[in-house]
Design a protein around this ligand. Structure first.
Ligand SMILES: CNc1ncnc2c1ncn2[C@@H]1O[C@H](/C=C/CNC(=O)c2cc(-c3ccc(F)cc3)cc(O)c2O)[C@H](F)[C@H]1O
Ligand SMILES: [Mg+2]
Length: 214
């Protein structure tokens, strides 16, 4: 039977990456998606910007919205200090199955909690069900029309504190116009655009880093 793109990405990891070596997992996915078939990972170019923001924030608690195959999940978790935790939300069970195996291959199960479900349902349960106070860093990379409602929901649920950093993928391509307008005009956020390119292409895209001011 025909394999799916996520299954082929997992295969590339299992064939080309070293178990327990997260950076080799990241490299294997980038090489596959650049040379064989495109996939919507944040990728190597925007990934370097992601790395620098993660290193700067040095977060104890991270929330990722939209796991897909776990590329950015592994990339972020590989840079976290000991005892730091990353919660990643994914509502497509087929993607979750693949992402769990990619995370396991990287040996990062202890740092990453993949929760299956929709962000709109899970965000209100973060405190009670997952023992989270606030998030130091949130990486938004799920449906683009959900960035703004979920940001407002995180505020309402008290999951952001003064200094929490939101990092949003794809603010140019496919684009998140309502989110961008909000974080750039709101007095409660200090926003900065990092110009880059759509993963594995020459098309413009970028990341928006927005610090919640409380
Ligand atoms: C809505 N709440 C959700 N809760 C949990 N998991 C979710 C939720 N919503 C989606 N998911 C989950 O998060 C993922 C969704 C990622 C969406 N990403 C993109 O569409 C996306 C698209 C392009 C792109 C650019 C140009 C072009 F020509 C074609 C594509 C580039 C990118 O970097 C992207 O990130 C996953 F698939 C979905 O199940
Ligand atoms: Mg993306």
């Amino acid at each position: 039977t025909q394999s799916t793109r996520p299954q082929r990405i997992l295969g590339a990891v299992q064939q080309n990456a070293t178990r327990g070596d997260p950076r080799s997992v990241v490299r294997a996915i980038d090489q596959y998606c650049r040379n064989q078939e495109w996939a919507m990972n944040v990728g190597d170019e925007k990934g370097c910007i992601l790395d620098s923001v993660v290193s700067e924030v040095n977060p104890a608690t991270v929330l990722e919205l939209g796991t897909y195959c776990g590329y950015s999940t592994v990339r972020i978790a590989s840079l976290l200090p000991p005892h730091a935790k990353l919660i990643t939300l994914e509502f497509n069970p087929e993607f979750a199955v693949i992402a769990r195996q990619v995370i396991a291959w990287a040996g990062l199960e202890d740092k990453i909690q993949l929760v299956e479900g929709a962000s709109g349902d899970l965000i209100p349960k973060m405190k009670e069900q997952f023992g989270v106070e606030t998030f130091d860093l949130v990486f938004l990379d799920h449906w683009k029309d959900r960035y703004l409602p979920d940001t407002k929901l995180m505020e309402e649920c008290g999951l952001l504190r003064k200094g929490s950093v939101l990092l949003a993928d794809n603010v140019i391509c496919p684009g998140t116009p309502d989110y961008l307008e909000f974080v750039r005009s709101s007095p409660r956020y200090e926003s900065q655009y990092f110009k880059s390119h759509l993963e594995y292409t020459k098309v413009e895209d970028g990341l928006e880093k927005s610090v919640f001011l409380g």
